[in-house]
Write a protein that binds this ligand. Structure first.
Ligand code: TYM
Length: 414
């Protein structure tokens, strides 16, 4: 207790001064927490605002989320033509269709990763899955397919985190069930063909107890972030279980190479690139904020837009509603039925009207899905032209899509 020291004692005066400065700092941090609390409005959105956070995605327009606005709100950068050209020059490969077509539309510090590659330095990739359903859906495939391409072209290590702990905390599921779902989902992930020698897939519930370095980083991160800050970023409140409040540090830790000494030895500053959909960005805004304070590198990110629900682009495909989603375990027959029955059409009410006015590709779900999965640029462009002019009907687009993903979706054949 500083007050019990004799006033005038030199050390005590210095300590008292320090305490006052500390108080000031704390007040400033609290004010910052309040600023961050306002940010939940940014993530959560007002009435005419899109809602994008790790647990909810809702767009106010039927064309889906306004991604240009989101970039401004989140403070990330647009993946522009110059960046794509630079990536092509560095990798000496044509960019992946998901980049060329603007699905991976936003990034943080991708240029710094390319700088490292040009200098002949390596980086590592990190992505993940929160196992809440028996099988993954097509939307989940997007970041994993892209990560596979990045691993192929850059030939770098990859870590994949299964946040079975997150799902235990957020969902009404038993712990054993979360672990089981995680291992089920791993089947979908490994089916994509990652480099077995360079890929490490782990479940939090298992790995955290096995790797002291990982847990030590979690604790370091937790020491740097206040309740006010996570409240602002993630919208936690006074009745949130403390497990949820501490969890963001667990998703942050794999961004640092020192969490994996069995992969990186004592290299604490291997740069990290995280491909994910933009809903996961709040976790990594927090991570980038604490990184310099721990003497680590800020992870770079590449954000994708959302693969929409069958019913329309206003929500993302979500595992919690089976009819909005095509799962990797769905049979070709189930996929055909789901597309024919639910895929929202951008066509007109009657054939005559359609031929006259044409279809709307921006809201037509079959077209939107083809943008993700049809590699042939020319064919896609022809479909866009002919559907917009009214020459092609919705039924044709649905059939094209069924032909394309009716097979692509089966787990054995991905
Ligand atoms: P999860 O399981 O919700 O999603 C896994 C990955 O899929 C992305 N995603 C989508 N992408 C396109 N369209 C969609 N409709 C769609 N739905 C989900 C997510 O952005 C994510 O990239 N907490 C995380 C797991 C995690 C993680 C990570 C993800 C842990 N560490 C690092 C990315 C990067 C989660 O529950 O993801």
């Amino acid at each position: 207790n500083l007050n019990s020291f004799k006033a005038g004692d030199q050390d005590t005066d210095a300590l008292l001064k320090l305490r006052d400065e500390n108080k000031l700092l704390r007040e400033k941090l609290d004010a910052l927490g309040k600023d961050n609390a306002n940010q939940s409005k940014i993530n959560g959105g007002g009435e005419d605002e899109d809602e994008v956070n790790p647990w909810d995605v809702k767009a106010s327009s039927d064309k889906g989320v306004d991604y240009a606005k989101l970039i401004v709100k989140f403070g990330s950068s647009h993946v522009d033509a110059a960046l794509i050209s630079r990536l092509e020059a560095v990798t000496k490969r044509p960019a992946h269709p998901l980049l060329r077509r603007g699905m991976f539309f936003s990034h943080r510090d991708l240029n710094l990763i390319l700088d490292q590659v040009e200098k002949g330095n390596k980086f590592f990739l990190y992505t993940g899955r929160g196992p809440s359903s028996e099988a993954m859906h097509l939307g989940h495939l997007v970041p994993f397919m892209f990560t596979k391409w990045l691993q192929d072209v850059f030939d770098v290590p990859l870590v994949i985190q299964l946040t079975d702990d997150e799902k235990f905390l957020w969902k009404d599921l038993k712990m054993e069930e979360c672990q089981r779902l995680g291992w089920e989902n791993v089947k979908d992930i490994i089916a994509l063909g990652f480099d077995v020698k360079k890929t490490f897939i782990f479940s939090d519930l298992t790995f955290m107890g096995q790797c002291p370095s990982f847990y030590q980083n979690v604790i370091r991160i937790q020491k740097c972030v206040t309740y006010n800050q996570v409240k602002g970023i993630f919208g936690f409140d006074d009745s949130s279980p403390i497990g949820k409040i501490g969890f963001p540090a667990v998703q942050a830790a794999p961004s640092f190479s020192s969490s994996f000494p069995f992969i990186f030895g004592d290299k604490k500053k291997v740069p990290c690139l995280i491909p994910c959909a933009i809903d996961q960005d709040p976790y990594f805004r927090m991570t980038r904020d604490v990184a310099p304070r721990l003497g680590y590198m800020k992870p770079a990110l590449l954000h994708s837009s959302f693969f929409p629900a069958l019913q329309g682009a206003q929500t993302k495909m979500s595992a919690s509603d089976v009819n909005t989603s095509i799962f990797l375990t769905d049979t070709p027959k189930q996929i055909k039925t789901k597309i024919n029955k639910y895929a929202f059409s951008g066509g007109q009410a009657t054939v005559e009207e359609h031929k006259e006015k044409g279809g709307n590709c921006d809201i037509d779900i079959s077209f939107q899905y083809l943008r993700f999965f049809l590699e042939d640029d020319e064919k896609l462009e022809k479909i866009r032209r002919d559907y917009s002019s009214g020459e092609l009907l919705s039924g044709f687009l649905k059939k094209e899509l069924i032909d394309k993903i009716g097979r692509a979706s089966c787990r054995e054949r991905v």
